[in-house]
Design a binder for this molecule. Structure first.
Ligand SMILES: N[C@@H](CCC(=O)N[C@@H](CS)C(=O)NCC(=O)O)C(=O)O
Length: 205
């Protein structure tokens, strides 16, 4: 099998989400770093891969997939013969989708936004982001009170979608100290075979 090409920015949780899935599935991949500061993601060549001009994007042979959650769905559907990472049963699939929506909604506008403000000076409102993050982390903490993984008794793409930005919440100036259930879940994800960590920003405390 030829390696899957992953176009990424190493400090992006969206990109780490895609890379973590590639690694957990044991798929050969080649990471290609995109220089976001130089706006390489808006170059004509890159816009052919993703007209929205965002990373991550993967190329698997003739197939191009943009958007981190779409990449998780694609990789699990195509390469996980067990069907465990993306269950097809109606109820289980709906439970997974709820978490993908949280990853694309309150996680992105809360914890991820707070981090991009602190690390890269994004012109966003940190108090608003921290408030959204508090609501989302509280929900996650309560959900994990009586289960090990988010959408099933075993890990699924829901856990992969939520992991990266949750693990790096402190880089956004938000402590994980009040969230013991979340910290336990992060440790369970980190102990999965072939787990790869996300790069920690040198700018973070
Ligand atoms: N919904 C997209 C969001 C991706 C995204 O926001 N990527 C950021 C890096 S974390 C990006 O490419 N930013 C460059 C830009 O805004 O020009 C996904 O899940 O992949």
């Amino acid at each position: 099998m030829n390696p899957i090409r992953l176009y990424r920015f190493a400090l992006s949780g969206h990109c780490h989400r895609a890379e973590l899935m590639l690694s957990l599935l044991g798929l050969p991949y080649e990471a290609i770093d995109i220089d976001l500061k130089a706006k390489e993601q808006k170059s004509p060549g890159f816009l052919l891969k993703n007209p929205l001009g965002l990373v991550p994007v993967i190329e698997d042979g003739a197939t191009t997939v943009a958007d981190s959650n779409a990449i998780l769905v694609y990789l699990a559907t195509r390469y996980d013969g067990s069907g465990r990472w993306y269950p097809r049963d109606a109820v289980a699939a709906a439970r997974v989708q709820q978490w993908l929506s949280i990853a694309a909604g309150p996680l992105a506008f809360g914890a991820a936004a707070a981090r991009v403000i602190r690390l890269f000076g994004a012109p966003l409102d940190w108090d608003r982001a921290a408030n959204i993050a508090a609501g989302q982390l509280g929900h996650l903490e309560r959900h994990l009170a009586n289960r090990d993984f988010l959408a099933s008794e075993h890990p699924t793409i829901a856990d992969v979608a939520l992991y990266s930005y949750t693990a790096h919440v402190p880089e956004g100036g938000i402590s994980l100290a009040p969230y013991p259930m979340i910290r336990g879940w992060l440790a369970r994800v980190e102990s999965l075979p072939r787990f790869v960590p996300m790069l920690k920003s040198p700018r973070a405390a």
